[in-house]
Ligand binder design. Structure first.
Ligand code: ADP
Length: 309
């Protein structure tokens, strides 16, 4: 029997943000799924409906089911849940499709239970979903989906998530080419070892990016959006990556890189008009490829998962 239910917006997110592989991410405002979650006295977790995508209904194969099971195991009160998923973010798009489902589901269940868990604990439950999706329990999508804004995973063991400042004029442009790049595939092109020289460049940029956010220094944010480790290897999986990056910078973007594991590409700009100009430039480049694609312009959602009516 159902006791209470809630409808939530489960936001898309951009992970890595060039220099911060597996540690940086941010939350989008206009792109995301909807979910309806209810608590039940029957202590099982059931996915009752999925619209908009061909995803598994079996609880143990769906990231939302696995994440909620992790939460309820810890809660240990013989309560179950039903989950409806209205998918707008395509799986494998690189803007946190799986993370939106995991984060949205655990956030809603926690809310319905009277919020017994902290956001950081919710991140750890949602990471169980990410583990199912990609074989790796990464937090760089679920952390911004749950905390909102920009987040840094300072440490995985123990988990330490830092919510960073969001400069008020930052706007994101995203292009999603409609080709599927699975997180697991794009992880396989990455090398296990990196040179000290590249590591120095990369952690300099992570520090610069975080400092830029904290001091609202847009130019510093732009200079720090550089990835010398992952982008050179992964960008070859994304059609016209270099052209998109060049046009985005030409149109005034602060920086541009691969969103998560791709194939989506993100650009950060100062101000909505610049972000729209960037979108127009990218649209022009991508129309020539003959590929289907979507472009989104979005402010940063500083709240994360939220209740909708
Ligand atoms: P993204 O980078 O967009 O999050 P991933 O490749 O990480 O995409 O995750 C998508 C994978 O997770 C797909 O294999 C999909 O079948 C699986 N999956 C399981 N449940 C869900 C769900 N509720 N939403 C999205 N993907 C899911």
């Amino acid at each position: 029997m159902t006791t209470k239910s809630l409808k939530v917006f489960a936001p898309a997110t951009v992970a890595n943000l060039s220099c911060g592989f597996d540690v940086l991410g941010c939350c989008l405002d206009t792109v995301g799924d909807e979910m309806v979650i209810a608590l039940t006295q029957d202590p099982n977790v059931t996915i009752t409906k999925i619209e908009g995508a061909d995803l598994p209904l079996e609880t143990h194969k769906n990231v939302a089911g696995v994440a909620v099971e992790a939460l309820l195991r810890q809660y240990d009160q013989n309560i179950g849940a039903t989950i409806e998923i209205y998918k707008k973010i395509k799986a494998g798009s690189g803007i946190g499709s799986s993370a939106a489902s995991s984060a949205g589901a655990v956030w809603a269940v926690n809310y319905l239970l009277g919020r017994p868990f902290t956001k950081q604990q919710l991140v750890s439950f949602a990471m169980e979903g990410e583990k199912l999706a990609s074989g790796n329990a990464h937090a760089d999508n679920v952390a911004p989906a749950l905390f909102g804004g920009f987040t840094l995973v300072r440490s995985y063991h123990p988990l330490d998530i830092i919510k960073l400042n969001t400069p008020k004029d930052i706007v994101m442009t995203i292009i999603h080419p409609q080709i599927e790049v699975k997180t697991s595939d794009s992880r396989s092109v990455i090398k296990n070892k990196i040179s000290l020289q590249k590591a120095i460049q990369q952690w300099g940029n992570v520090g610069g990016f975080v400092a830029g956010l904290c001091t609202n220094d847009y130019q510093l944010i732009g200079r720090s959006l550089e990835d010398v480790i992952i982008e050179p290897l992964r960008s070859i999986l994304i059609p016209e990556f270099e052209k998109v990056k060049n046009i985005a910078l030409e149109k005034g973007a602060l920086g541009c890189g691969i969103s998560g594991s791709g194939p989506s590409i993100f650009a950060l700009s100062k101000g909505l008009q610049v972000a729209k100009n960037v979108a127009e430039g990218i649209d022009h480049v991508y129309k020539k490829t003959g590929l289907e694609f979507d472009i989104h312009v979005s402010k940063i959602n500083t709240e994360g998962v939220k209740i909708i009516l």
